[in-house]
Write a protein that binds this ligand. Sequence first.
Ligand code: 0WK
Ligand code: BGC
Ligand code: BGC
Length: 866
Amino acid sequence: MEQALRGQASPAPAVRMLPTYVGSTPHGTEQGDFVVLELGATGASLRVLWVTLTGIEGHRVEPRSQEFVIPQAVMLGAGQQLFDFAAHCLSEFLDAQPMSKQGLQLGFSFSFPCHQTGLDRSTLISWTKGFRCSGVEGQDVVQLLRDAIQRHGAYNIDVVAVVNDTVGTMMGCELGARPCEVGLVVDTGTNACYMEEARHVAVLDEDRGRVCVSVEWGSFSDAGALGPVLTTFDHTLDHESLNPGAQRFEKMIGGLYLGELVRLVLAHLARRGVLFGGGTSPALLSRGSILLEHVAEMEDPSAGAARVHAILQDLGLSPGASDVELVQHVCAAVCTRAAQLCAAALAAVLSRLQHGREQQTLQVAVATGGRVCERHPRFCSILQGTVMLLAPECDVSFIPSVDGGGRGVAMVTAVAARLAAHRRLLEETLAPFRLNHDQLAAVQAQMRKAMVKGLRGEASSLRMLPTFVRATPDGSERGDFLALDLGGTNFRVLLVRVTTGVQITSQIYSIPESVAQGSGKQLFDHIVDCIMDFQQKQGLSGQSLPLGFTFSFPCRQLGLDQGILLNWTKGFNASDCEGQDVVNLLREAITRRQAVELNVVAIVNDTVGTMMSCGYEDPRCEIGLIVGTGTNACYMEELRNVAGVPGDSGRMCINMEWGAFGDDGSLAMLSTCFDASVDQASINPGKQRFEKMISGMYLGEIVRHILLHLTSLGVLFRGQQTQRLQTRDIFKTKFLSEIESDSLALRQVRAILEDLGLPLTSDDALMVLEVCQAVSQRAAQLCGAGVAAVVEKIRENRGLEKLAVSVGVDGTLYKLHPHFSSLVAATVQELAPRCVVTFLQSEDGSGKGAALVTAVACRLAQLTRV
Ligand code: 0WK
Ligand code: BGC
Ligand code: BGC
């Protein structure tokens, strides 16, 4: 068991320990009408039930059921035939039911070893118990049943759950003093399931909660673990069975085999002259002639010798008095061994349960089901007695299943139906975030159109601002430069020394929200205070170094050192700045602070700084991209295409300010109600719509609004809204990066949401993960569509068949999110296949870039002076 739980592959563990996706025992609140189809629990028969769950504790509605015998040819024939037979029985049963048959939900009890990948997805590993239909092993049996029901066409039935019979037995257990956490079935076959700690099940990415595991102990000893216990009769039976070498443990316990074992022993004793005076009969020598019922009767002390006599006569034998006693003895021996072996296995499960929970003692209820348990006189008492011997520290109560697990299957189906309904609501909610190729290509085309209009100075949501940066560095720059970097997560002051290489000394300063949203004077005074503090610390006081100012907001530049702020973004809103030349505002603050006269040479956007910074290493870097608090891009455009800037030759870097893309409504077709809520709640409603779908300042809020919506639908957190989740910005965008990290995703979700005071189930955790994935995927794809528009513009500008270009990138979201960058690259490749695009993550931020722009400006100024 422990080897299999740890996921050990070789040597293959003797039992399979299959997770069943049932994560909790019934709450008792489950309600509704469910159809249950049971296949395989009771050998050559199939049962259909109509189960009504009232959701009221102790209030039971007797299920309606019908049993159908499965012809041998069907059990050994083509899989399709078996499932068509099942579909036929289903409709025959439903024809006879008076209730409405709208919206039927079915739970499929399929009692064979299966790999489950969901409550409604289960792949058959191998047949057992007299079944051997072709074309089913390795297939999803739910799909096979769905296909058969569709082929039959009589009813529209939604198969929402597939359950092993042991699970149905456990889940069907009446709520009692102690939780029923073990399900045991001994019918034609045998098996058990129990609630294991999820953290102990290696294949599951779960560290909390429990999951029901089907032990599949029928295959125990296949590797010879029970060699010494196996008798020649066991080997003969196995050898002649449908699946020699498999299910060896089951073949010593299961009702399908007990009769045969007794027959083999009787035949052996008869041949040895010990029984029936050495006489045999064709029936005694033919396989399967003694059934479980016969053994149960013959072994039953109350049945009496007369009944045994009658059974043996039916087998064509003429038993003497001593024969009858001996036969009863043989039956008792075979059944006692079966019950004891079953008890030994159950004791192993109980001690696993006890150790898994690190408990000294264990109080637990075991639900028992199956005809061997129900009908065999002494089986259960021997079982219970032996368990008490083998697991004395476990206080076990045995609860016979009342209806063979039908109700339990309906319980699981009710849970599955609820989860399936939740999943549909989740998919409906997330569908608008799943952008297809055509939608992305439309964004690319829209952006291209807006770029051209913006460059021409026509009305466009893309301002396409000339930056007066005409060249990327050529490596000849030299000198010391001061640089400021304002507009991202951190405000930085940098000293950049450019020699053959670039050395940077920098310091991060905070911009309190009160300053970012105070007066412009206060903001720029604060900036100068930081510069002076930095100069003092770096021993630069009194020096007037050329300064490059990375100012990451939309500015109409009139020159390299003149930038009129068009509007604030990203939570900044300092007064008296919009419409002003921010270089002037800085210079005025320098004067106000009587700081040493700083030579502000250039103001650059962070996209430009990033492009320059990466361009210093890779001359093909002609695009700058920021995906951080905000988002934006710049690129080298042909001057001939830039209206309002004199000159037709050469290039100039254009700051696209793509954050505002769609502010003219051109993205309305993609905007969701969650985007609208985030926009409405922002300090600049109606503005920066593209940015609000992509960047770090907003993704967490989009997720929070979706979680609130799903909670209001009852899909998440059992519908319980909490104050915390209604708090703005409480769900940080960095949570998306943490939650979507490949390893331990669900554990991350749990840790983060519990910190937010949200009680969650593992299903909740999975849904929160999917919400994060949908939101970040859309953001990355939209960003990719934007980059595709830019690279295609450059390629066509230059009349190239193919373009190789690099993009300098910076920004916390792009850098920290585990999948964002690869999704952007994949989208660019898909939408701009004729461009080979290399993404370079900027190491030193755009401060270095601002210094390089300053250095280039100083170099060019020098050239004009000589
Ligand atoms: C680091 C750059 C800075 C830019 C920032 C964007 O040096 O100019 O504004 O990245 O990323 P964020 O800090 O907003 O995540
Ligand atoms: C199957 C189990 C099932 C058991 C009892 C075994 O043969 O492999 O899945 O639970 O029979 O029906
Ligand atoms: C600003 C841009 C900036 C981007 C990334 C946006 O909000 O408008 O100027 O480049 O954020 O920081």
